[in-house]
Design a protein around this ligand. Structure first.
Ligand SMILES: C=Cc1ccc(O)cc1
Length: 184
């Protein structure tokens, strides 16, 4: 068993943030896993909430440090969903706002997949169904895991979410010493 959980890490620079792998639970109960892959790319997997089961790799994002140890990340998705996240990793907190088009609220199951392999489906759905009124979800989250995955590690988010995955990661049963997946 390898213990990667670095909940005591102190974040100061942008470089401290890039390459970090997080799991957090929003106050509304939604559990998300998210990886700062590099200075313009994010991967994530959704374990609980309206679109649990969805996962995405290589999403382009804007990532900046606002002041020492506080980071802002924002992007727009092929579904038309917009996301703005503020990370306060030294306080184990995130504040996220998700702006869902109406169609994702009405048909969440369309988005619950490995999006990268179904971009055509997302593009068709965003044309076919309603965008407005948007569903705005502003929530604080509590970070339950932080790991140093290193940048551009394609094994961090590399399979579909399953029920025990967050617990397996937190227990140190998912990655080896080089932050590669143990079970392929
Ligand atoms: C819709 C994606 C998304 C990813 C991470 C997060 O914390 C909120 C939304």
């Amino acid at each position: 068993m390898t213990q990667h959980n670095q909940m005591d890490k102190q974040f100061k620079t942008l470089d401290d943030f890039l390459g970090t792998h997080f799991i957090y639970t929003y106050d509304n109960g939604w559990e998300y896993e998210w990886y700062a892959k590099n200075d313009h790319t994010v991967d994530y997997r959704i374990h609980g909430g309206m679109v649990a089961g969805r996962w995405v790799t290589d999403q382009t994002a804007n990532i900046v440090m606002l002041t020492a140890g506080i980071y802002k990340v924002a992007w727009t998705e092929p579904t038309g969903t917009d996301v703005a996240l503020d990370f306060l990793p030294n306080d184990h907190k995130v504040n996220g706002t998700i702006f869902f088009p109406k169609w994702v609220q009405d048909h969440p199951e369309i988005t619950v997949t490995y999006q990268n392999e179904h971009l055509d489906v997302m593009h068709a759905a965003r044309e076919k169904y309603a965008t407005y009124p948007k569903l705005v979800v502003p929530e604080f989250a509590t970070i339950t895991y932080m790991g140093n995955a290193g940048q551009d590690n394609n094994e961090v988010i590399s399979e579909a979410p399953y029920a025990t995955l967050p617990d397996d990661i937190r227990a140190g049963q998912y990655f080896d010493a080089d932050y590669r997946r143990l079970n392929h």
